[in-house]
Ligand binder design. Structure first.
Ligand SMILES: Cc1ncc(COP(=O)(O)O)c(C=O)c1O
Length: 461
């Protein structure tokens, strides 16, 4: 055995203890760490001929890089919809790497079974019926990729073509209709050979990001052929929700596959106060919900739910490898997802669901929304800022009283450089704007006070 490996094997326990101490330091001091740091350009490392050993590598990381890492897992990082990692989910993640089982392995491991158990708990959390089978993938983008791949397969079958077998050749152009799709939908369409340009934006309701059902109806009528509708539950700027029941009702008149991007809006289902926003979610043919956002598990993790496992199997089956055996009645994940070998992503989710239950996860959602509302109220009372949309859930979309792009950029840079909070810029219906997204389990009222202090200070300089 290589001497460094041999030494690390001997010192495994002390190496893990040391790493755990470093992790503890990061987590207990996360509030002191800047929520954002401009990336420095560092001297690149070169492949050593003789390795440094695990302790040596750790020392280099601590000395050169650890202090440059941001506190994005902390309470006052309000960029994108990042979420953090609950204590239990982090424990699950450590153990996932520790066991390093292949979650695709149907024979040697209990991991697929535990993934199914976790998905059943998640179905319960989101009030989805058993009609939806599920799988873990790396993020919402891949979840929509899997959903839209099934939609593509369904589309081919409407013309008697098995696309998984024969490709898209000779088929009419597949159209996709959506009100305010996330950029990841375009990426998935590109990866699937359907083309970013095949998505036609449908008008939204006045002053809203939710699709105008009458306009969608007209678009489907004019198209007059099988197609895909991507519905949105939780748009990134204003957390707006399409009327899912009304979209589903259009299926009685028009042939389309209904894919739902509920990457973080799906969490509305966790609380009676918001569940009406996602009424009808269960009717979608395929659903995207992220775990590394509002479930607060570490990156990379999302769920993909589907009512059409048969089509999923047609697309993703990995046949021809004798060691995998035949596909049974309950197909293994290797036949349902893009990856063959798979990380045991379900374990962090299993840990957090068991540790905090329905109540714990609903509390994170409700607290985050109440904090977003608190920020929205302060903005409404302020003479410096203006709300651009009512605070529907966890995102506050606002701007300066007289907004222009340069002022917004300067303000955000000032806030970012102070390091206490982090917010991202956006553009809402042509207006340069700011987004504050609350999705971290740690964020509390005292953080809101600091967030407001930081904003008020930056705008007055
Ligand atoms: C509504 C929505 N859909 C999809 C995505 C893509 O998610 P991921 O980065 O996990 O692929 C996001 C991420 O911000 C999102 O907010």
């Amino acid at each position: 055995m290589n001497p460094q490996l041999e030494q690390d094997l001997r010192n495994f326990s002390s190496l893990l203890e040391r790493t755990s101490l470093e992790a503890q330091k990061v987590l207990t001091e996360i509030d002191l760490r800047a929520a954002f740091k401009s990336a420095i350009v560092f001297e690149p490392d070169v492949l050593p001929e003789t390795g440094l050993g695990a302790r040596g590598a750790l020392e280099v990381f601590l000395e050169k890089y650890a202090h440059q890492m941001t506190g994005s897992a902390g309470a006052r990082y309000l960029g994108f919809v990042t979420g953090g990692a609950t204590p239990a989910s982090l424990m699950g993640d450590w153990l996932c790497s520790t066991f390093d089982n292949n979650a695709a392995d149907p024979v040697l491991s209990i991991t697929p079974q535990l993934e199914r158990v976790t998905l059943a708990m998640l179905r319960d959390l989101f009030s989805l019926s058993d009609a939806h089978s599920g799988a873990f993938v790396s993020g919402a983008t891949m979840s929509s990729f899997v959903g839209l791949a099934q939609a593509r397969q369904w589309f081919g079958l409407q013309f008697g073509v098995n696309i998984a077998q024969d490709g898209l050749y000779g088929l009419p152009r597949l159209k996709i209709f959506s009100g305010t799709p996330h950029s990841s939908i375009f990426k998935a369409l590109s990866m699937l050979g359907m083309g970013r340009g095949s998505l036609e934006l449908v008008s939204t309701l006045p002053d809203r990001e939710a699709v105008d059902i009458a306009a969608l109806r007209t678009a489907l009528e004019q198209h007059g052929a099988p197609c895909i509708v991507v519905a949105n539950a939780g748009t990134v700027n204003t957390v707006d929700f399409d009327d899912l029941e009304a979209i589903h009702a259009l299926k009685t008149e028009f042939p389309f596959w209904l894919h739902l991007d509920a990457a973080f809006g799906g969490f509305a289902a966790t609380s009676p106060e918001f569940s009406g926003l996602v009424a009808g979610m269960d009717r979608a043919d395929s659903i995207t919900i992220d775990a590394h956002k509002w479930l607060n598990v570490p990156y990379d993790s999302a769920m993909q739910f589907s009512r059409h496992q048969n089509l999923q199997l047609e697309v993703f089956q990995n046949t021809g490898a004798a060691y995998l055996g035949a596909i049974g009645d309950n197909p293994e994940f290797v036949h349902l997802t893009p990856e063959n070998s798979r990380r045991f992503r379900a374990l962090p989710a299993w840990f957090t669901l068991l540790a905090y239950g329905r109540e714990g996860h609903a509390e994170i959602v409700t607290r985050n929304v109440n904090l977003a509302r608190g920020l929205g109220e302060r903005i409404e009372r302020s003479s410096d800022f203006k709300l651009l949309a009512s605070v529907r859930m966890n995102v506050v979309c606002f701007t300066l009283t007289n907004p222009n792009q340069t002022q917004i950029t300067t303000l955000l840079e000032r806030i970012r450089d102070e390091g206490k909070i982090f917010l991202t810029p956006t553009n809402y219906k042509g207006i340069p704007a700011i987004r504050a997204a609350f999705s971290n389990w740690r964020t509390t009222q005292s953080d809101l006070e600091l967030i407001w202090e930081s904003l008020a200070k930056a705008v007055r300089i």
